[in-house]
Design a protein. Structure first.
Length: 218
């Protein structure tokens, strides 16, 4: 999806839903929701960064989505009318709007255009999950990591002089969970990618402006 469309749906969703519920705060690494029940609320991310993941029977995590200001979560459970399937955590200190489902419905019914922006958001989430599925099926650890970092820069990044900076500090363990690998493998592959000029590692990871990086499908 075009980056401008992502920015547009986030701005519009934020405009429609900010202030329509109760503001709640979560500290970095705290769990927002792990109930696996039908939620009575939809959440709007107002600041910070939120992750949604699966945990298997051995306690291994697989991060599916990273959400930022203007993203909603809980809407898929609401639309499906089933139990929550993911664990939701705060990657950084985060502020959320906790919106009762009846308020969410009322806003959606009274403002049909917001449904277009919600559909854009859902399409973007679907594309991210599909890209992860493609990577896990056809790519080795190095390419999975490279593609992940490029997508993170596209979805979450901030432009800097020599590329796009991924604003949140993800540990090597975090990155390993996102690509179904190990921390030691991620550490090695980050050094390889930096040597190849794909990324630059300072306090944050910067994805360099190269033609190779631009060609990765978002």
């Amino acid at each position: 999806m075009d980056k401008s469309r992502i920015e547009t749906y986030r701005e519009e969703i934020y405009k429609y839903f900010c202030g329509k519920g109760t503001t709640v705060h979560y500290k970095k690494r705290s769990i927002v929701d792990s109930s696996h029940t039908v939620s009575q609320y939809i959440y709007l991310v107002k600041s910070g960064c939120i992750e949604q993941n699966f945990i298997d029977y051995n306690g291994n995590e697989k991060i599916l989505l990273l959400l930022k200001k203007g993203d909603l979560f809980g809407e898929i459970t609401y639309f499906n009318g089933d139990n929550n399937q993911v664990i939701t955590k705060a990657v950084a200190d985060s502020e959320l709007e906790k919106i009762p489902v009846n308020v969410f419905e009322q806003i959606s019914f009274q403002n049909p255009m917001i449904n277009y922006y919600i559909n854009l958001m859902l399409s973007n989430k679907f594309r991210i999950v599909m890209a992860q599925l493609k990577d896990s099926s056809f790519c080795d650890a190095e390419d999975r990591l490279k593609n992940l970092l490029i997508r993170l820069s596209y979805q979450q990044g901030e432009k800097v002089k020599n590329g796009i900076k991924i604003p949140h500090h993800f540990t090597h363990e975090d990155l390993a969970q996102m690509i179904s690998s190990t921390r030691s493998t991620v550490t090695r592959k980050l050094k390889v990618l930096e040597k190849k000029g794909v990324i630059e590692i300072k306090k944050n990871i910067i994805v360099k402006n190269t033609e190779q990086n631009k060609n990765v499908r978002q």
